[in-house]
Design a protein around this ligand. Structure first.
Ligand code: AG3
Length: 263
């Protein structure tokens, strides 16, 4: 008999993957964790019924949450990840040779342990083998409050804003992130699907704009997430590599509007 796993994305839509076996199923004090072998996407991690990552498409998410900020900052040395217990984001951070310290602060030790055991292609830098990596099992909000003015880049690799991740979408938390960043620091947070989570995004970006002078959204295609269209919030104190491109004056010579011609 065929086995299938479904995550519902709304009352009427979901994603369904054919599976061959469940490698782990258990509950921590925070959430339910399943690691399931799928036929199309390889091993898949599921938290409280929501697909977190699969071996086949995790590279898109982890590339996109990490590299825009790390290539925009001219000299990122100290980088913090909140959440991200599978290790995929840390794996990408340590590819940047200038990074001296990459800290992972994940609330759920079970996610870290099971990723090291069952998802080694993602957890390869959080298994104790990389001297630049420091793993903290604990509450990211508490950690960030104790580390003011210490990081060049902070990446928020959270689940959806339900359960343990709710606080990671609130203005108070973004104020703490702002304080934990150095004066030219950058934060990137996963920011859900524009197609299914518009209200969450409106609230989240309003919260960010109350705290950071530069806030932009960028998007990527991640097939196993709701709608496939996913987004990331880039919040920064100084740097924004694409601002000059966005602000480039129009080349139109004969403007039909009353506005002054642009030189
Ligand atoms: N974190 C974002 C997952 C959000 C997916 N939402 C969903 N399936 N409803 C992924 C963690 C990867 N390091």
């Amino acid at each position: 008999m065929d086995m299938w796993y479904t995550e519902k994305h709304s009352e009427n839509v979901g994603i369904t993957l054919k599976t061959s076996k469940t490698l782990f199923s258990g509950e921590s004090e925070y959430q339910k964790l399943d690691i399931i072998e799928t036929l199309e996407y390889g091993k898949m991690m599921v938290l409280d019924g929501l697909v977190m990552c699969t071996e086949r498409d995790e590279f898109v998410y982890h590339d996109m949450i990490t590299h825009p900020a790390l290539f925009t900052h001219p000299n990122p040395k100290n980088v913090l990840v909140i959440g991200g217990g599978d290790g995929g984001t840390i794996r990408e951070i340590v590819k940047h040779p200038g990074v001296e310290q990459a800290v992972l602060c994940e609330i759920d030790g079970l996610v870290i342990d099971k990723s090291i055991e069952l998802l080694p292609t993602m957890a390869c830098a959080i298994d104790g083998s990389n001297p630049k990596v420091q793993v903290e099992v604990g509450d990211g909000i508490a950690y960030i409050k104790e580390h003011q003015d210490q990081f060049d880049v902070i990446l928020i690799d959270s689940t959806d804003p339900i359960g343990p991740a709710v606080g990671l979408f609130q203005e108070d938390f973004y104020r703490c992130v702002h304080a934990a960043l150095r004066k030219d620091g950058i934060m990137v947070a996963q920011s859900e699907s524009p197609f299914y989570h518009a209200q969450i995004q409106k609230d989240m970006y309003a919260n960010l704009r109350n705290v950071f002078p530069i806030v932009e959204m960028y998007q990527a295609f991640i097939p196993t997430y709701p709608s496939g269209l996913w987004s990331f919030a880039f919040a920064s104190k100084q740097y924004c590599t694409w601002a000059p491109l966005l602000c480039r004056p129009s080349r139109r010579r004969t403007s039909p509007s009353k506005s002054k011609p642009v030189r």
